[in-house]
Design a protein around this ligand. Structure first.
Ligand SMILES: Nc1ncnc2c1ncn2[C@@H]1O[C@H](COP(=O)(O)OP(=O)(O)O)[C@@H](O)[C@H]1O
Ligand SMILES: [Mg+2]
Length: 356
């Protein structure tokens, strides 16, 4: 048998730098977000003179460059000065005050965290940070289970900027007044990219990640169309990588339309986050939606109760709303009709796939 007769020879990969397609890759330039980066930098600037900075609340849909713009500003800041500590925390991964403190210690290079309580950890962090200035970027802040650490940071760290990022426009106004009045943050919205911007971003990533000329222009257009339709750059990156890998599997020296169409089918497996990062309850609800995709929310809630779900309807509804924001499910609101207003819930990827 010659199982491998079709493989491309080594040195024949279509990829030049596959890492450039990672969602966490920070490119050298972040086009179309210059104004946003200036505003972020503006909040931090006073720290350069040893004064306290301003706080900022950033919101916008998934995949519009919120994280990458902030990381880029932090990188530039760190190139300019050693006097300001940059503390970036993903609150999805570190979703309680204790875990956030542990991660802060980790960022600051403090290793002796074992057997220490939250307040002990914070004492150490405080001592380290109050010697200098600091910027906190709290990404996906709505995923936090408690805000105790934020209260401590706002009260006890002196010269700082706190930048909170979320997909949820209403997060700030829903915040406990005790914290909101201390945060006093300016707001900055990241709008979705236009079609040309989407295309421009993906094109430069393609040129960076792939050997020149391997992408058929039609195939690339299909990726850009799909990413724009879903208003999410990350999905475009996913499609580029999948299409490239699929083309290689087929020993093709070009990435063509068919390879992209194939990977559009795989958007089903795509999620903004790895599903394992959802909490158990969210996963439970998501499984229910999957089994009953297209049902009314009321019926879904009954199925949830029958399966042993404990939350009341309002909480359940909030979970569904959150799953929608994170693009796991799609909601279709129907006004009027026999049963009055209702919301139909379906698994997002299935809905999108039927459109092809
Ligand atoms: N203006 C841009 N220039 C280059 N890459 C971008 C730009 N906007 C988004 N991206 C890329 O798209 C992906 C999603 O962006 P990200 O910042 O993670 O979105 P968000 O945090 O808003 O969900 C990332 O891989 C990021 O590098
Ligand atoms: Mg992000």
């Amino acid at each position: 048998m010659s199982l491998f007769k079709d493989v491309l020879g080594s040195g024949e990969s279509l990829f030049r730098n596959e890492l450039a397609l990672d969602y966490s890759f920070v490119p050298k330039l972040i086009p179309y977000r210059e104004a946003e980066q200036h505003q972020i930098a503006g909040c931090i600037k006073p720290l350069f003179q040893g004064r306290s900075g301003r706080n900022l609340f950033i919101f916008g849909q998934p995949g519009v460059g919120k994280t990458v713009a902030c990381r880029h500003v932090l990188d530039e800041m760190e190139e300019q000065t050693d006097d300001i500590d940059a503390i970036y925390i993903n609150c999805w991964q570190h979703n309680s005050s204790f875990k956030v403190f542990l991660e802060m210690c980790n960022v600051l290079g403090y290793r002796f965290t074992q057997n220490k309580r939250s307040d002990e950890l914070f004492m150490i962090i405080k001592q380290m940070l109050n010697k200098k200035q600091s910027v906190f970027v709290l990404d996906e802040i709505d995923k936090l289970q408690d805000y105790d650490f934020l209260y401590s940071v706002l009260e006890e760290i002196y010269r700082k900027s706190v930048i909170a990022i979320t997909n949820e426009r209403g997060w700030l106004s829903a915040l406990d007044t005790r914290i909101r009045s201390r945060l006093m943050a300016d707001s900055l919205e990241f709008r979705p990219y236009s079609f040309d911007e989407t295309r421009g971003i993906l094109k430069s990533r393609m040129e960076f990640a792939f050997v020149p000329g391997v992408w058929d222009p039609d195939a690339f257009s299909l990726v850009a169309d799909k990413a724009f339709e879903m208003r999410d750059i990350r999905r475009g990156l996913f499609l580029m990588r999948e299409s490239g890998l699929f083309a290689e599997d087929n020993a093709s020296r070009k990435v063509c339309r068919d390879h992209v169409l194939h990977s559009i089918g795989r958007l089903d497996d795509f999620s903004v986050k790895d599903k394992s990062e959802l909490d158990d309850e969210d996963r439970f609800v998501l499984e229910l939606v999957k089994k009953n995709s297209g049902s009314r929310i009321g019926d879904l809630f009954r199925a949830y109760q029958e399966a042993g779900g404990k939350a009341v309807y309002k909480t359940f509804q909030r979970k569904i709303d959150r799953l929608e924001k994170d693009r796991y499910v799609a909601l279709d609101k129907k006004v009027g009709g026999i049963g009055g207003n209702t919301t139909m819930v379906s698994i997002l990827s299935e809905k999108k796939l039927t459109e092809y």
